[in-house]
Each structure stands twice: as structure tokens, then as C-alpha cells.
Design a protein around this ligand. Structure first.
Ligand SMILES: Cc1cc2nc3c(=O)[nH]c(=O)nc-3n(C[C@H](O)[C@H](O)[C@H](O)COP(=O)(O)OP(=O)(O)OC[C@H]3O[C@@H](n4cnc5c(N)ncnc54)[C@H](O)[C@@H]3O)c2cc1C
Length: 359
């Protein structure tokens, strides 16, 4: 196999796979270099598509909504290509109100949200009877990220312009675009895409400091789901998945530690039972942890490096990589074919918010 292509994609999570597919769609040849690492985020995530609930700066909010609305046609195209139907929930996200929230929101819900008082909430979701009410953020929801990753892997395997190589990347050279692996030697390309998740900031050879660090998130899955809507509240979130319910998530600065802990699971159980007391003794069928690739301002880092333009960033996706990645990949493929793609300008690597001293 040749060790060169138009584009070398570093990382095989959602960031890398979505960019590889978009690049191939624009007739570029692609090599993906990846080795699976414990704690990789894309299969650990809860899959929420929640631009309305996440606190995003005004400059990024429109992109987040565009990313959410990119999903239906994206999944249609993926199904046509792979035959895999990826479950997508667009019925809206509930945000449970505290007593003070309820007083505020009944006088006027935030733009785009609908206020449901206690009775209206219980009519939609009887399991939330007794809560003060909730905001309903229409069109937000969730995708089944495990099935999505399976579909992306299938599409990659079926695309002859993409080669996937299982190899550790030891270092890169951004100016003579290439990546060094221990077993397969050096790979060369015209462009490099940095999509290495929580490990992106530590890759030797980067032309600047990339402020991305791992932030552990623990999740558990309960055997039953008494609700239908993705719900924020009680200090966490609940995501119905099939007949089961995901409960998340912790947010922990514990380096690359990627196991669940008794303390973390206790936090998650408490989120579930505060939201729905009947879940206090529900059966836990699974639990896991993943590493969010958290950037300094908790927002993605996207686009070409201004001083080493052969290097393109698709990293720092933080809490919203499942939401952003398919949309961002289309913009990044424009960059790979020489179009600056103004839509991703707010996410550039040299924005002031990424310039603080220590990560
Ligand atoms: C618990 C949890 C819940 C989440 N919930 C949501 C959610 O509801 N909605 C949402 O939008 N986002 C969510 N996220 C965030 C989302 O999962 C991430 O932002 C996204 O998956 C990041 O994708 P990635 O491809 O950048 O990283 P990853 O999926 O971590 O992939 C990186 C890949 O690069 C490989 N790699 C790294 N370094 C090297 C190297 N040197 N050589 C070879 N291979 C390498 C790794 O092995 C891995 O395969 C959640 C994350 C967590 C942990």
C-alpha cells in the first residue's frame, strides 16, 4: 500500500471519520491513521444534539443549530450508502425547572423554547409529575452515536479512496506534511487533519500549543425508561435509548483515567432518582466512561493553521462533538479543497479565548 495520499487524517473517532468521508466525496484520496485508545469519546457519548441547552457564545450558536439541522439529510444519505438506519430523535429536549426557574420562565420562556407548567409537563411525561415545570426546546434531541459510528465505519470501508491504517502516530511534521508511525514508517500527504480527540494537544510536531485536555465523563444505563424525551435536570441528563435510559454525566479533571468509579456511579444514581424518584432502585445494565476532548473555552477548534496551512484542525470538540462533527466535516472538506469556509471562522485556532497561559 502506498504511504501517501492527498489527505492524512489523524484519528478515527467521529471527527476523523466524518472528515475522511467528506474529503473523499470531493475526490481527494485519504489515509486514516488511528489506534483505538481506551476512553475514546465518540462511542462513549450520550449522543445529544442540544444546541439550545448548551451555553454557546452568540458567534457559535448559529453553527450549532445548523449542525443539528444537518443531521436528518446527513443520516438519509448515510442510510442510502450503507443500508444502516441511524436512530434520530428530534422530539425536543426538556429542561426541568427549579422553583426559581419556574417563576422566571412562566413570565417568559427564552427565545425558541416553550414553557410547560407542572400540569402540562406531567401530561407529556407522567414520570415528571410533581416537578415545577420545564422548558421544551423543540427540534433538539439525540442520535444513537453507537449506530452512527457503525454506519460511518461501514461507509469508510466501502470507499476505495479511503485507506484505514491501524497505526499509532508518534509525531507529525506540519510543514512537510507527514506523520511518523512505529510500524509502518512515515506517511505523506498534501494536508494533515488533526482529529485525535483528547490526545490532540500532546502530539509531537504541532506548530503551536493546542489547548485540549481530557475531561472524564461517566455514564450509566438503566434497564427501563419511563420517559420519551431527552431531559436536562437534577444536575445531569437522561437520554432514552430504545427501552433503556442513559444517565449522565460526570465531568472530571482526572487526566487520562478512563474507568468508572463508585463515587461517579453514585452521582449518576442520584441524578436519576432526583429526576424520577421511581428510578431509585432501577437496575443498572451498563456503565462506562469516556474522555471529552476539552478545549480551553469548551468549543471546537476547526480550520487551517494560519501559519502552517497544510495542518487542518478538527479537534477540541469538548462536550459537543457528536452534534458538530458531521456539519463541521463538510466545512473542513471545503478548506481541504482551498475554500476558506467562513462558517467555521468563530472556531479558528488563533481565537483569543484559546490563548490563556495553562491548560
Ligand atoms: C460521557 C460523554 C458524553 C458525551 N455526550 C455528548 C453528547 O451528548 N453530545 C455531543 O455532541 N457530544 C458528547 N460528548 C462529546 C463527544 O463524544 C466528543 O466531543 C467527540 O466524540 C470527540 O470525537 P473525536 O473524534 O474528536 O475523539 P475520539 O472519539 O476520542 O477519537 C479520537 C481517536 O483518535 C485516536 N488517537 C488519538 N491519538 C492517536 C495517536 N497518536 N495515534 C493513533 N490514534 C490516535 C484515538 O484512539 C481515537 O480513536 C460526550 C463525551 C463523553 C465522554
Amino acid at each position: 500500500m502506498s504511504n501517501s495520499a492527498d489527505v492524512l487524517v489523524l484519528g478515527g473517532g467521529i471527527a476523523g471519520l466524518t472528515v475522511a468521508l467528506e474529503a473523499a466525496r470531493r475526490d481527494l484520496s485519504v489515509i486514516i491513521l488511528d489506534t483505538p485508545r481506551p476512553g475514546a469519546a465518540s462511542r462513549a457519548a450520550a449522543g445529544m444534539l442540544a444546541p439550545s441547552v448548551e451555553e454557546l457564545p452568540v458567534t457559535m450558536r448559529a453553527a450549532a443549530v445548523a449542525a443539528r439541522d444537518h443531521y436528518p439529510p446527513y443520516l438519509d444519505a448515510l442510510r442510502e450508502r450503507t443500508g444502516i438506519e441511524v436512530p434520530l430523535d428530534r422530539r425536543g429536549i426538556l429542561q426541568l425547572a427549579s422553583e426559581s426557574d419556574a417563576q422566571l420562565w412562566q413570565r417568559g420562556a427564552p427565545a425558541g423554547a416553550e414553557w410547560l407548567d407542572s400540569a402540562a409537563l406531567a401530561a407529556r411525561e407522567p414520570a415528571f409529575e410533581g416537578h415545577h415545570g420545564a422548558l421544551l426546546h423543540a427540534l433538539d434531541g439525540a442520535v444513537d452515536n453507537l449506530v452512527l459510528m457503525d454506519a460511518l465505519e461501514r461507509a469508510i470501508a466501502d470507499t476505495t479512496a479511503i485507506k484505514r491504517v491501524s497505526a499509532e502516530v508518534l509525531s507529525i511534521d506540519a510543514d512537510q506534511p507527514s506523520a511518523l508511525t512505529p510500524t509502518r514508517g512515515r506517511f505523506f500527504a498534501t494536508r494533515l487533519v488533526l482529529g485525535s480527540g483528547a490526545w490532540a494537544g500532546g502530539l509531537p510536531g504541532l506548530p503551536r500549543r493546542i489547548p485540549v485536555r481530557p475531561v472524564r465523563g461517566q455514564l450509566l444505563r438503566l434497564a427501563q425508561s419511563p420517559i420519551h424525551h431527552v431531559t436536562y435536570g437534577a444536575g445531569g441528563y437522561l437520554v432514552p435509548r430504545g427501552e433503556t435510559l442513559l444517565v449522565g454525566a460526570t465531568s472530571e479533571e482526572s487526566g487520562f483515567e478512563n474507568e468508572t468509579s463508585l463515587a461517579g456511579l453514585a452521582v449518576l444514581r442520584s441524578i436519576a432518582s432526583r429526576a424520577i424518584p421511581a428510578l431509585a432502585n432501577a437496575l443498572v445494565v451498563d456503565h462506562w466512561a469516556g474522555l471529552r476532548p476539552m478545549s480551553l473555552d469548551a468549543h471546537p477548534i476547526l480550520g487551517a493553521d494560519p501559519e502552517s496551512p497544510a495542518l487542518v484542525y478538527a479537534c477540541g470538540y469538548s462536550r459537543n462533538g457528536i452534534l458538530f462533527a458531521p456539519w463541521a466535516a463538510a466545512q473542513l472538506a471545503n478548506v481541504l479543497t482551498g475554500d476558506p469556509s467562513p462558517e467555521i471562522a468563530p472556531f479558528r485556532v488563533d481565537r483569543p479565548e484559546l490563548r490563556t497561559a495553562s491548560v
